[in-house]
Design a protein around this ligand. Structure first.
Ligand SMILES: Cc1cc2nc3c(=O)[nH]c(=O)nc-3n(C[C@H](O)[C@H](O)[C@H](O)COP(=O)(O)O)c2cc1C
Length: 340
């Protein structure tokens, strides 16, 4: 071709290239749309939540507590579903070895939900991909943690103040996985005009395929003590289309029954009530089904503590035994001469 010709006269060379360019752009656009669409709707995914018998007895996520050994033990004592400790999206994104090690679990813990926390939607896809490959049954997002180190970075419960960002995060998880997605939050944060509630949150995400919600019936301001707002949980249960697990202040089987009766929730999330009592799930199940339950004898408690030690050692080696100390205090709290 004569390069001395002005550019508009070199039509024969440019025409095929322009056609290819248009086709590529169009294809890229479609691919983008496909990639950005949620990977599933609630009906088409494998939603283990819907397969669990109700009321569901869940082991709520607890950092420093619900490690693999503890979850395994709770599962042996009849828990229906267990949550991991909260796991940083950023740390997974940057392949933190310590965080990747936290993803290990045993098959008997299933169904198991990985709880993620973070506030950067752009990092979510990779973290979710890692989680999906690790074999979890569901992915949960934390919108309830009031821990100072999380709150300082405007994560956890502080996200409730920015409902658009909450939505972006939930959407990013839904788009990145076929696993059922759930969220965990508190009844509210703030007061007056600034107040944001769990109801505002579910309204914001009502078109997204969110399969479950664990609701802690306390406000951010209450922290970890004070009365549970049963009415707030009940209103959320009425509005939310997925499974609702009610959480907060469940220390006995009677507390669990009260929670279900007053809120109509699909299940309960056990947390600090499990301290030194991993058998609480079995007691709750027995009480809800038969109206009675038994308490373990001292020798059964010793046996359980030894089992816990064995599992901790198996999963964490010597350090697992160091970590066991807090659990031992809880197991034998209240027994004569337990300090020895
Ligand atoms: C030590 C500890 C760690 C916790 N870690 C988490 C966590 O990682 N993710 C989360 O969503 N909630 C976490 N929570 C909150 C619990 O899941 C639960 O919502 C809260 O303790 C209220 O339930 P309870 O009154 O029965 O203990 C934690 C609570 C405690 C006490």
């Amino acid at each position: 071709m004569d390069t001395r010709l002005p550019i508009w006269r070199r039509r024969r060379l440019f025409f095929p290239q322009i056609v290819i360019l248009i086709v590529v752009c169009y294809w890229r656009r479609n691919i983008d749309v496909i990639l950005r669409e949620p990977q599933h709707d609630i009906d088409s995914m494998h939603n283990f939540w819907q397969e669990l018998k109700k009321p569901i007895i869940a082991i709520a996520p607890m950092a420093g507590i619900t490690d693999s050994a503890f979850r395994f033990l709770c599962k042996e004592f009849g828990a229906d579903v267990v949550y991991t400790e909260m796991t940083s999206i950023d740390a997974l994104y940057y392949n933190s070895k310590k965080t990747l090690a936290m993803l290990e679990f045993q098959k008997k813990e299933k169904p198991i939900v990985l709880q993620l926390f973070g506030k950067r939607p752009e990092l979510v896809a990779k973290a979710v991909e890692i989680a999906t490959e690790a074999g979890f049954d569901g992915i949960d997002l934390n919108f309830g943690c009031p821990a100072p180190k999380v709150v300082r970075h405007e994560g956890g419960v502080m996200l409730l103040k920015k409902l658009n960002l909450c939505r972006e995060l939930v959407q990013a998880v839904c788009e990145a996985t076929k696993l059922p997605v759930s969220i965990k939050t508190r009844v509210s944060i703030g007061s007056g005009k600034e107040k944001k509630t769990a109801l505002d949150f579910i309204e914001k995400i009502k078109d997204l395929p969110v399969a479950g919600l664990m609701l802690h019936g306390r406000t951010f301001e209450q922290g970890f003590s004070g009365d549970i707002d049963f009415d707030a949980i009940k209103s959320v249960k009425k509005k939310f289309k997925g499974i609702v697990i009610a959480n907060g202040g469940i220390n006995t089987p009677e507390d669990a029954k009260k929670m279900i009766d007053l809120t109509g929730a699909d299940g309960v999330g056990l947390a600090r009530g499990l301290y030194g009592r991993p058998w609480l799930a079995r007691q709750v199940d027995d009480f809800l089904e038969k109206g009675k339950y038994v308490s373990p004898t001292l020798s059964q408690i010793k046996k359980t503590a030894l089992r816990h030690a064995e599992l901790n050692y198996k999963t964490k080696g010597d350090y697992g035994i160091v970590e066991l100390r807090k659990h031992l205090c809880w197991y034998f709290r209240g027994f004569l001469e337990s300090r020895k």
